[in-house]
Design a protein around this ligand. Structure first.
Ligand code: PHE
Length: 447
């Protein structure tokens, strides 16, 4: 049974904006988006991505906040109660369930990668990359992944930090941590972009990111842009629903969503302008995909003047990005446990954190001891990744937008979003047809 408890609240709109942006800005922005742009047609890809953000990402973000704010509870109870209030079946709760489950599963392996960022920050700060060549940084990364003990240590440290923040509550933990880390992240990023401008590689980096190459656009690229728009805004995980449940009535959802989306995109592009000048100025390969951050960049940091400082700054930036996302992943799970059990906030956080940590161990072992353990041809890490990104997230996001567009009383939505006549017409077309069809297309395309 739900117990009565004093429900957390954001203390200011700015605090909420920073926490939501902190959730949105993560590994996806710093590591994935830059190389996706480079590989998929530069400005041509950016334009497609922006269209996906505007037509699908933003409406679903607003829908999740709106549902959360109406329910004021964990995503499962929220979906059930808001549905009942609008004359729909309480089984809409399943959308909340798949969201919370997705957040839990993602955090287990996200924390493993957060641990890599922490470990590499230490290496960068102590000059461990000094003088290494490409083979050496590649071998160092392979050796790191092969060492279950180190992965476990860093995963544990990262998880402890996450639990520490979330245990302190919505305002005292999530909001306060975001108010500290997000501005710091912005400053670190500016320093790196500033450095990039002083290298000879800035022009080449800008060209790589922005020169439109329309020939690279195809169905696969459009799908990738759509999928990324979804992931980067932390949609379909119950996160934004949980965040909405701590929101006061006075916050303008559309305006706030616009701010979060713009900051998320600007930071992703800035990350490209931080990373690629270093890559090009040192004659390295920009298309290195996953190895870009943990193999290619260490190579550069080990061989340029100021590499120790720049490397430390970069991996600190990555750590902040990962940590502000990780706390948002734990929050819906904690909100659920806190409301459904007699546990206190701290107790709920410790239990949820412990369960996530334990599952994370299975994920990290797939890089070494359990490398051969596979299901459906995937190791545990990849299985968790695929299960969430291909199934749970799109289905949850689809559920949220369909519910908001078809089940909520539309007159109340119109008032809540302060829509004009034209804005309302547009909102209806986008939320009833364009966004759900877009998500469905990604879902089916992924299968
Ligand atoms: N939005 C984050 C990013 O772009 C990723 C993320 C995924 C955050 C899941 C929270 C939850 O990296």
């Amino acid at each position: 049974m739900a117990k009565a408890h004093s429900h957390g609240q954001w203390t200011s709109r700015m605090g909420f904006v920073l926490a939501a942006t902190g959730s949105a800005v993560g590994l996806g922005n710093i590591w994935k988006f830059p190389y996706m742009i480079g590989q998929s047609g530069g400005a041509a890809f950016v334009l497609v991505y922006l269209a996906c953000i505007a037509l699908i990402g933003l409406p679903i973000l607003v829908a999740e906040w709106m549902i959360g704010r109406r329910g004021q509870k964990n995503p499962i109870s929220t979906m059930a109660e808001v549905a009942a209030k609008h004359g729909s079946s309480r089984s809409w709760a399943v959308v909340g369930f798949t969201g919370v489950l997705g957040a839990f599963l993602i955090l287990s392996f996200y924390s493993v990668i957060g641990g890599w960022a922490l470990s590499y920050m230490g290496d960068a700060a102590t000059g461990a990359f000094a003088g290494m060549d490409k083979d050496a940084t590649g071998a160092a990364f392979t050796a790191f992944l092969g060492n279950a003990g180190s992965l476990l240590t860093w995963h544990s440290v990262f998880m402890l930090l996450t639990v520490g923040v979330v245990a302190m509550g919505v305002a005292g933990g999530l909001e306060r941590a975001s108010k500290l880390m997000m501005p710091a992240l912005g400053v670190l990023l500016l320093v790196l972009v500033g450095y990039g401008m002083t290298t000879g590689g800035f022009g080449q980096a800008a060209a790589y990111l922005f020169n439109p190459d329309w020939s690279k656009l195809n169905g696969g690229v459009v799908m990738a842009a759509l999928g990324h728009a979804f992931f980067t805004l932390s949609l379909g995980m119950g996160i934004m629903m949980a965040y909405g449940s701590y929101l006061g009535e006075d916050v303008d959802l559309l305006r706030t969503a616009r701010t979060v989306v713009i900051m998320d995109t600007v930071i992703a592009i800035a990350a490209g302008l931080a990373i690629f000048p270093i890559v090009f100025a040192n004659g390295l390969d920009p298309a290195a995909g996953p190895g870009l951050i943990f193999v290619t960049l260490p190579l550069a940091f080990g061989n340029i003047t100021g590499g120790v400082a720049l490397g430390t700054i970069f991996f600190l930036l990555l750590t902040f990005a990962a940590l502000t996302s990780a706390i948002s992943l734990l929050e819906p799970v904690v909100e659920l446990v806190e409301e459904r059990t007699p546990l206190s906030r701290v107790g709920a956080t410790v239990i949820a954190g412990f369960a996530t940590w334990a599952l994370g161990i299975a994920a990290l072992l797939s890089f070494n001891v359990w490398g051969d353990v596979t299901l459906l041809g995937l190791n545990i890490f990849d299985l968790l990744d695929q299960l969430t990104s291909k199934f749970l997230l799109p289905l949850t996001g689809l559920g949220a937008i369909v519910f908001a567009a078809w089940c909520l009383d539309q007159e109340s939505v119109r008032r809540e979003l302060k829509l004009s006549e034209g804005g309302y017409a547009l909102w209806r077309i986008v939320t009833r047809f364009i966004a759900p069809i877009g998500v469905l297309a990604v879902f089916v395309g992924n299968l």
